[in-house]
Design a protein around this ligand. Structure first.
Ligand SMILES: Nc1ncnc2c1ncn2[C@@H]1O[C@H](COP(=O)(O)OP(=O)(O)OP(=O)(O)O)[C@@H](O)[C@H]1O
Ligand SMILES: [Mg+2]
Length: 352
């Protein structure tokens, strides 16, 4: 059947440890138009170490966001992240048909997955012929079953229908593809600094060559302010966003934030070192920085000073048509927090 209305948009729901974001995109002939963007901060005890810690409260929060944003769509795309829940490996195998690979993937995966093979859901994608003749490059993804099912139940309990589960690192690729032109033979490193995770995906000619999640994020900024100035979580968050609270000015907070930014950049450097040791190594042209952590004053500058690469702030709405009635200036000012959600919202049923 030909669907004259084109593929239906899905709800991209990014369930982060500090806030839940919702994005929906309408397909235009030339790209996308923003149908919906909204977010809701959540308490820090709902998601702990990338695992749903309070399912009831989480589905309540999702329900609240659905109400606040007047979301009508049920079919939802979510994603999972975190080095202890998701394993992503690029592997090279002898050339084989999709059918044969399907039969062998469990066996092949066993040596790369540090958990019991029965405890994970496996997926893979054939990238194409490898450099060595007779070999193919494959991306292997293993997600812990219990982690996956905890997110799926929370989303279902909120009245939504999860139809695709992605991983944060890959959503960066889709968000980038929707907004930035990828030229052949260039490598770019996409970064998302969230509250609890920093995710990196290095694209070579538009294809993922390396991904890594590490468990440092902008929550470390918040906690450093809380400790240094004996502040509540909420007050520390307000200072991060530029307010003066309890007589503590952003200027006083700056050195504390800078010191955590250094730790985050050291971790990013560590990831870049991993990549430069890999056979895919190629000169990286620059770093693109997204996630709510990208908004912390001074992080972008630290990143370029300490890595030596030019750094661009990601704008996941850059090439997306913004309808009248949505405050474009406000959107631009907080855009990096929508990095993952926009990537999720580009997915369509049966797209790969
Ligand atoms: N305007 C701002 N200024 C400074 N920091 C900000 C701003 N907005 C958000 N942040 C910070 O960004 C972080 C949240 O980023 P993000 O929404 O990407 O994380 P998350 O998806 O909730 O977490 P994760 O995916 O790591 O579990 C918080 O630590 C928050 O303090
Ligand atoms: Mg996140």
């Amino acid at each position: 059947m030909i669907d004259i209305f084109g593929p239906k948009s899905l709800l991209g729901l990014d369930i982060g440890s500090s806030s839940i974001k919702a994005v929906q995109l309408k397909d235009l002939k030339t790209g996308y138009e923003l149908e919906l963007f909204d977010f809701l901060p959540i308490d820090s005890d709902l998601i702990v170490e990338n695992v749903v810690a309070d399912s009831e409260k989480l589905s309540g929060a999702i329900r609240a966001l659905v109400k606040k944003a007047k979301i009508k769509t049920k079919n939802t795309v979510i994603s999972i992240s975190g080095h202890s829940s998701v394993i992503i490996k690029r592997i090279t195998l002898p050339d084989m048909t999709e059918e044969v690979l399907n039969e062998n993937i469990r066996y092949e995966a066993e040596q790369y997955v540090p958990f019991g093979i029965d405890d994970v859901n496996l997926d893979y994608q054939i990238l194409g012929p490898a450099e060595e003749p007779g070999q193919i490059d494959v991306i292997l993804v293993a997600v812990k079953k219990d982690v996956l099912s905890s997110y799926i139940s929370a989303v279902k309990d909120a009245g939504l229908t999860p139809v695709i589960v992605d991983v944060d690192a890959f959503t960066l690729e889709n968000m980038y593809g929707a907004n930035y032109k990828t030229e052949a033979s260039r490598s770019v490193a996409l970064l998302n600094v969230g509250a609890s995770n920093t995710t990196i995906n290095i694209l070579k000619s538009g294809i993922s060559a390396f991904t890594r999640d590490s468990s440092i994020g902008s929550r470390n900024h918040t906690e450093a302010l809380m400790n240094q100035f004996s502040l509540s979580y909420e007050d520390a968050e307000r200072i991060k966003a530029g307010a003066t609270v309890n007589g503590i000015t952003p200027e006083q907070a700056a050195p504390v934030l800078d010191s955590v930014s250094e730790d985050i950049v050291m971790e990013i450097n560590h990831s870049l070192d991993f990549f430069s040791d890999s056979p895919e190594m190629e000169a990286i042209e620059g770093l693109w920085l997204g996630g709510g952590g990208a908004l912390v004053k001074g992080l972008k500058e630290k990143l370029s000073d300490m890595t030596g690469y030019p750094v661009t702030l990601l704008n996941p709405f850059k090439d997306i048509k913004i309808p009248k009635g949505i405050d474009a200036a406000y959107l631009a000012s907080i855009a990096p927090i929508a990095t993952i959600a926009v990537g999720l919202a580009t997915r369509r049923l049966g797209d790969r």
